[in-house]
Design a protein around this ligand. Sequence first.
Ligand code: FAD
Length: 480
Amino acid sequence: MKTKENVEQIIAYLEDSSNFKSGKAEKVYIPEDETEVIYILKKCAKEKIPVTISAGGTGNVAGRIPLEGVVLSTEELNRIVKIDVENKIATLQSGVVVNNFIKELEKFNLFYPPFPTERNAFIGGNVATNASGEYSFRFGPTRDYVRRIKMVLTTGDILEIRRGEIFEKNGFIDYEHFRIQIPSYRTPDVKCSAGYYIKEGMDAIDLIIGSEGTLGVITEVDVALIDILPERFIMIMFFNTDDDIVEVVTRIKGYKDKLNIYSLEFFDCNSLGFLGEFEFVNRVKKNLDKNCCAIYIEAEKKNLDLWLELAESINCIDTVVAESFSDYEKLVRLRYKLPENINSYFKRLGTTKIAVDAAVPEGKFKELYDFYKNIMLKYKEIKMVLFGHIGENHLHFNLFPENDKQKQLAEEIYIESIRKSVSLGGTGFAEHGIGKLKSKYLYLMYGEQAIYEMAKIKKTFDPYCILGLGNIIPKEILSC
Ligand SMILES: Cc1cc2nc3c(=O)[nH]c(=O)nc-3n(C[C@H](O)[C@H](O)[C@H](O)COP(=O)(O)OP(=O)(O)OC[C@H]3O[C@@H](n4cnc5c(N)ncnc54)[C@H](O)[C@@H]3O)c2cc1C
């Protein structure tokens, strides 16, 4: 089996897109098959060595960054095992790069809907974070497409679980090797990646999806596929003011099925400032007020005329439409570039991200939006941006504090924003997971008792308590 032991080799595994700086590891194991995964876990369990699972390293919350011990990288478990075209199911090893998978599917006129914007992620990373991608407005998150998971536990046992086989009953889930009592908290009915997924009558597979490398090493998954998508276009609609934007979005959402919308995204005026490399954004923005914003939609091409009519009726000042392949690719790139440019900016500032990632139920979004806007008006000294998945009542609210005083204020705003979204029946953590960056804030959503209950689940799956330490559950609560 391949290993990496010198500092220059290990360093690449001590980062992701979070800018988290406390990574440390003695060694990286790169297993080439399941037997090697079992060997590594049994050895580390016996010697009580912490193991952190690493995939594509595109995560935003330092989940794959080890605090100590060793890294287990899935990069060589990268085989597309089977594409069952007739039943529209693919079997993949967990280290398959999402972009390679999507390209392969094109040969069969098939498509994998929940792929995240960052296509260098691995499928195992997507399952472990319950990623939701460009089209989650239409198709939902990774969870909805996972049909089977094969996972190696730290005991060396293999847990193989299919959707539809085992469910929560009377407060318990009976897995093949053990039983867990489900905790007292419940995952809200919004887009959510906040700790272990818990619902009444839940499918046992759903606890593993979004468990961020804390329960076992996922080695293989089956995922559902759909037919390749019909031709689409992208349109960006620019507005002079965001005063009525929530009402505009509600109106657009009313046409979701009629207009076959795939993406419905929002950029505030500050976010547009991060897209200066796109000449047309600069040109349009020059003529807009400080309170400007934009809505980005992707929809089926056959409805383009209806969209142009709609754009006229909702007071947008300017539109950019991408119909040709090259224009379409340019706007896809623009959407990808926004989080990437923001991440680079955080890196330049040398701070970890302060990124509120809340989502709320339908009907509650206006209140959350106004809450963010009031904060932006009140604390003008801190640079902030608001962008993202407005169609799902989920925006990324990023703050860029530049000194200690601002950092403290930004943290207070972060905490207040989580409390606000939870009070509205939503989540403080809609996407990306908790990792190490957000673990100390998870109690704000579910209460402290819930975190102890999560620790109990973790220790049932991983009795040696060596896997993904620091992710989801703060180390002091886990007490291994
Ligand atoms: C520009 C950009 C855009 C992004 N857009 C999106 C987006 O649209 N939607 C979204 O959800 N996310 C997005 N992300 C975040 C990121 O791409 C996702 O979180 C992705 O799912 C991480 O996958 P990865 O393979 O890079 O995992 P890593 O970062 O390597 O690991 C993530 C977590 O998964 C665990 N893990 C990985 N593999 C396994 C396994 N085999 N078994 C058990 N645990 C495992 C790790 O231990 C870690 O806790 C974006 C990131 C960037 C940089």
